[in-house]
Design a binder for this molecule. Structure first.
Ligand SMILES: [Zn+2]
Length: 431
């Protein structure tokens, strides 16, 4: 019995110690697992190192600039560089969007993982572009309406920002002076563009009641064309300096004129005269009296050079003609007796119309003063007949007088037209 009892006790003891061993092993394993976990959690990263070249500053990138330089990123596992496919970019920046962004790299080696990011700031430093349909300096006469130019603004990032344009300054068209109007616009990154237009409001020359200025002597009371119509005519051009100024004024008021051209000036100006709706007529090539009036044949040779020039540039065969010095000139007598009578007949036989004038602006010698030229014209205008005005677009003072002359005509109820072959405006031939 005793033996038996002993045996039972010892097997009980064995069972107990087996349990103890299992428990100890479990605790040791758990401890080892925890140790490994702590080692990985706190030090694991140090086995894997990721780094980049350069400092930690935010890199500035210009918006839409694709040539972003990415710093060299390296990843090492236990001091040894990992292979290329273990290091990769997982996040890139979008250069089409402004603001702070990051490029992110991830390095993966077995169950270790590390990331690094590079900070960028995408900025817009380009100012918007403003387009203003106006010259920098504009001048108007007191009382004239100042027409605001059309303004447009586009930005490389924001696109059309015309609605963000701010205007400062006003023009008082009732008061003489120089006014400044400034247009400015800012894009969403506060880049600014601005432009200033200077507007000069000038006093308009006043018509003097008793004017005895030069050049009016050649104006006459004969009728030329329809009553109340002004036929502006410009001889001797085109002139590269003054014809464009005159054309600008005519188009500003929307009035048409007749240009009697020679071989001078730029071809483009004749094209523009035609395209602007003006009439282009012949005034001979050389305009030299000793050439064109030396013989009938010499006249026609000279005249045809300009005829062909006009045809070549406008595609239209000219039918309007003005004799150098007018049909009543006496200078031609020195070169060929009776030539004006002969040429006037020949011209009409060939289907051309020739035109003199009943108002001389005096710009070819009577005056070089735009104000005087203005009086010479407006003081001789009449509503009861047509008004063919002799001017020269080769004269600076005419380019300065034309605005006031046209303005006066419009304000006083005249209309403007080009000459045509049904109009007769002939002075008395005296050779
Ligand atoms: Zn002439």
């Amino acid at each position: 019995m005793e033996e038996n009892n002993k045996g039972t006790r010892s097997s009980k003891y064995e069972k107990k110690s087996k349990k103890k061993v299992v428990l100890i092993i479990s605790i040791v394993l758990l401890f080892l697992a925890l140790l490994l976990f702590f080692l990985y959690y706190f030090f694991g990263g140090n086995f894997l190192e990721i780094s980049k070249e350069g400092n930690d500053d935010v890199v500035e990138v210009i918006v839409f600039d694709d040539s972003v330089e990415v710093p060299n990123v390296t990843c090492k596992f236990f001091g040894k560089k990992v292979s290329k496919n273990e290091l990769k970019m997982i996040k890139n920046i979008d250069v089409t969007k402004l603001g702070n962004q990051e490029i992110e790299y991830e390095c993966k080696k077995s169950f270790f993982k590390k990331t690094i990011s590079i900070k960028y700031n995408v900025v817009d430093k380009e100012a918007p572009v403003m387009e203003i349909d106006s010259q920098d300096n504009v001048s108007i006469y007191v009382g004239d309406e100042y027409k605001e130019p059309s303004v447009k603004a586009t930005d490389n990032y924001d696109g059309d920002i015309t609605d963000k344009i701010e205007k400062s300054g006003e023009v008082d068209n009732k008061k003489e002076g120089t006014y400044e109007i400034t247009y400015s616009v800012k894009d969403s990154s506060s880049n600014e563009s601005s432009k200033t237009i200077k507007v000069e409001v000038k006093s308009r020359p006043v018509v003097q009641s008793n004017n005895s200025g030069g050049g009016t002597g050649r104006s006459s009371n004969m009728s030329c064309g329809e009553a109340g119509v002004i036929y502006l005519t410009f001889d001797d051009g085109p002139n590269n300096l003054y014809t464009p100024v005159i054309l600008d004024v005519l188009s500003k008021y929307g009035v048409k004129a007749t240009f009697f051209v020679t071989s001078s000036g730029s071809d483009d100006l004749i094209v523009r005269e035609h395209n602007d709706g003006h009439a282009v007529g012949i005034h001979t090539s050389t305009h030299a009296y000793n050439v064109v009036y030396s013989s009938d044949e010499a006249f026609w040779n000279d005249m045809n050079i300009v005829k062909e020039r006009i045809e070549r540039l406008t595609g239209v065969s000219p039918t309007l003609m003005r004799f150098p010095g007018g049909s009543s000139n006496t200078v031609s007598r020195h070169y060929s007796a009776g030539i004006m009578s002969r040429l006037a007949n020949q011209i009409e036989e060939k289907g051309y119309g020739y035109f003199d004038w009943n108002i001389s602006s005096g710009d070819a010698g009577g005056t070089t003063d735009p104000t005087q030229e203005y009086y010479n014209v407006v003081n001789n205008l009449s509503k009861s007949r047509g008004n063919v005005i002799l001017m020269h677009d080769i004269k600076y003072h005419t380019s300065q007088a034309i605005d006031s002359i046209v303005k006066y005509g419009i304000d006083n109820g005249y209309t403007f037209d080009v000459l045509n072959t049904s109009i007769i405006c002939h002075q008395a031939i005296s050779n």
